[in-house]
Ligand binder design. Structure first.
Ligand code: SF4
Length: 709
């Protein structure tokens, strides 16, 4: 039920992984007043520019309000019949593995759960991946290699309690603004030192106490040098290493091969020896140190190694899972963590279980799904390449805009014509992905923020409710209901007989606890009997929440302080990382390195934030940052139009001449699409070579050239 106008509804911001609590007061006319929730532990009442402008993004302009089939409005009956019939035909003619789902960290956990269950349990396709592959899958892989599980060891309070915070590849001031304010507050209160490691001098770098503007892609050299320094300066926690870890000597040997000295580290990273020495000393001598890493580390063909190089230094000093100390992955999206929980990545099955035979058997029995898949599917880059090769015949995209955000987006756009069935569950009618036509295209109107009900999990493992406070517009429906209707039409009605998001959440919680004797990290069994009323009123809580802890338990802020990890021998693993190398070399034709990222006031492909004039005013047009040393000889003037080109495509943007980027580097924001600008899609230009472990594509270092237009 939608609440009365003027009643205040507690919900969660739909943008970044901080997961701030929001108070929404509906005005009864489709709008709402927005304020920060003072009781939410992520933000204590604060909101950033994007969150505070949420009320300006609620209009129905450009909304997809009715099901569409090949460009014509149709009934739900016809649309769902077309989807179910198309999936059935595709499976019969080409096998179930010719069907793929591409999901999103924007989906609520309940929607994600049902999509994953339908595909992997009942359609029999393993090819379910998500835009979270582009966001933090390298952090997931690094966690699993080090801890035996995808567990974030710490919490936001650690940022309040650290004496040194190291930010790696993160423009936190713009991309996780409320967390950045916590860090700045910590500096004011306890003198916390902020170290920022980033090839680009962002707003975050401007505010750092120590800024290390290293060469692109050399993070593993810097953290290898740090590991060597820790060993040589007597800063190792020998007891922790001996009792709770394995692989230290091999990791240290590799680190010595990569960065044996301060001078070698300086040569590899392009940094000054003195500034590296200051960083190493700070880290070595400060017990309370948090290293927070984000897309600059993750979106790399060596992203997993970068994560492990960071984690290695925390394991070597025993600084993990303790107040004010630990490695910390900052997730980009509102529900990247929830998607991981349900198994919405191609290399996961469900509830943090993978494909060991006993795990497959466990999920098979729980879901009553005899046709459950038994192995990994294709990750995002490979999945879209399989469409180009004609291997995938049916694609269902939910809540994401891959024709803007995926690498080689133009090639992907062209390949959609090879599909026999193209289904897009969308909020907006005019996104690039919704407008792209396959041979048989079904657009399904989904509920958006403020209209749908469910849960999201933020970067510190905290599950919060998103609640509806607006009426469903047009014929839009919850994603879980759409998926369940398709499942019924395919003969799986009894397995998808959900009447509410709460019912799905109970099943998801029960699966997390099913035959879980404490050897799996993700356990929210205490919520498996949650009543509809308790779900409606549920307050933010961190997992794990095992059943034995009972209802009302607070959850665990930190894990691993006892030195017990989720590997078979309960020891964490050091990883011997690879020497730094960019996946693609520059050339005479493409002599520069193109970096990509966000701006402060836009979110993803601007389908929501583009509606706010206030937000759009911050950066009104797509732009390309270039260093004056490059701009001058190329004849590029600040504010003039320039063309950025790679082997894969081109974009036209306004030049921004700045010393914030290194000479030889370019920076392009990710937000603009064909729907909002002409030819400024970042996805059209980047190549996206995937990390061999995580499959996360390199979005920070594409060889490119630039010229005036
Ligand atoms: Fe929303 Fe992130 Fe801003 Fe919080 S910091 S208000 S979650 S965009």
């Amino acid at each position: 039920p939608v609440p009365d106008p003027s009643s205040v509804v507690r919900t969660t911001c739909p943008y970044c992984g901080v997961g701030c609590g929001v108070l929404a007061t509906p005005d009864g006319q489709g709008g709402a007043g927005i304020a920060g929730d003072p009781e939410h532990p992520a933000n204590f009442g604060r909101l950033c520019s994007k969150g505070s402008a949420l009320g300006e993004t609620l209009s129905l302009e450009n909304r997809l309000l009715h099901p569409m089939l090949d460009g014509a409005r149709v009934s739900w009956e016809a649309a769902l019949g077309s989807v179910a019939g198309g999936l059935r035909r595709t499976a019969e003619q080409h096998g179930p593995e010719s069907i793929a789902f591409y999901l999103s960290g924007q989906l609520l956990t309940e929607d994600y759960y049902v999509a994953n269950k339908l595909a992997k349990g009942f359609l029999g396709t393993p090819h379910v991946d998500t835009n979270s592959r582009l966001c933090m899958s390298s952090a997931v892989a690094a966690h699993r290699r080090a801890f035996g599980s995808d567990t974030v060891p710490g919490c936001y309070e650690d940022l309040d309690e650290a004496d040194v915070i190291v930010l790696v590849g993160s423009n936190t001031a713009w991309c996780h603004p409320i967390l950045f304010r916590r860090m700045v507050d910590a500096r004011a209160k306890r003198g916390t030192t902020l170290v920022v490691i980033d090839p680009r001098r962002t707003q975050t770098g401007e505010e750092a106490d120590l800024f290390l503007g290293l060469k692109p892609g050399t993070d593993t050299a810097l953290f290898s040098g740090l590991l060597v320094h820790l060993a040589e300066s007597g800063a190792l926690d020998q007891r922790f290493i001996a009792e709770h870890t394995a692989g230290f000597e091999a990791a240290l040997d590799r680190a010595r091969a990569i960065a044996p000295s301060l001078a070698a580290t300086a040569l590899a990273t392009g940094l000054d020896e003195a500034e590296i020495g200051r960083f190493f000393d700070l880290f070595a001598k400060t017990p309370r140190v948090v290293t927070a890493f984000s897309q600059g580390a993750n979106q790399s063909a060596q992203g997993t190694d970068k994560g492990n190089a960071i984690i290695n230094c925390h394991l070597a000093t025993g600084r993990i899972g303790q107040a004010g100390a630990g490695p910390f992955s900052l997730t980009g999206q509102p529900n990247a963590m929830g998607g991981r929980e349900v198994g919405g990545l191609a290399n996961m099955l469900a509830a943090h279980m993978h494909f060991a035979p006993e795990e497959v058997d466990r999920v098979r029995r729980f879901w009553a799904a005899p046709r459950i898949i038994t192995g990994e599917g294709m990750k995002a880059v490979a999945l879209f390449e399989a469409i180009e090769r004609g291997k995938i015949k049916a694609l269902w995209v939910m809540g994401t805009n891959p024709l803007v955000s995926m690498p080689r987006a133009d090639a992907i756009k062209a390949s959609l014509r090879k599909l026999d069935l193209y289904v897009v569950s969308e909020v907006m009618a005019d996104s690039d992905t919704a407008r792209a036509a396959g041979r048989r295209t079904v657009l399904l109107p989904a509920l958006g923020w403020g209209e749908k009900n469910g849960t999201v999990t933020n970067s510190e493992r905290r599950i919060s409710r998103q609640r509806a406070f607006l009426k469903p517009p047009g014929e839009a429906r919850p994603d879980w209901a759409i998926l369940s209707d398709v499942a019924r039409r395919l003969g799986h009605g009894q397995n998808f007989a959900y009447l509410s998001a709460a019912a799905i959440f109970r099943e998801h919680a029960a699966l997390s606890a099913f035959e879980n004797n404490g050897t799996r990290d993700f356990d929210i069994g205490a919520l498996s009997d949650i009543s509809d009323g308790a779900y409606a009123a549920n307050r933010p809580v961190q997992w794990p929440l095992p059943k034995r802890g009972g209802a009302g338990q607070k959850g665990r802020a930190r894990l691993f302080a006892d030195g017990r990890f989720y590997t078979f021998d309960e020891r964490a693993r050091f990883v011997a990382v690879q020497p730094p190398a960019l996946a693609q070399d520059t050339s005479t034709a493409y002599p520069m390195v193109l970096n990509t990222g966000r701006v402060r006031d836009h979110w993803h492909t601007m389908t929501r934030t583009g509606k706010s004039q206030r937000l759009s005013a911050h950066r009104a047009v797509p732009f390309c940052e270039i260093h004056p040393d490059d701009a001058g000889p190329l004849g590029i003037r600040d504010g003039a139009l320039c063309e950025v080109a790679s082997e894969h495509g081109t974009a036209e943007l306004e030049a921004m001449v700045t010393e914030g980027v290194r000479p030889g580097s370019l920076f392009m924001p990710m937000h603009w699409s064909d729907a909002t600008a002409s030819q400024a899609r970042v996805g059209a230009v980047v190549r996206g070579v995937p990390d061999p472990v995580s499959g996360q594509p390199e979005l920070k270092a594409t060889p490119a050239r630039v010229r005036p237009v």
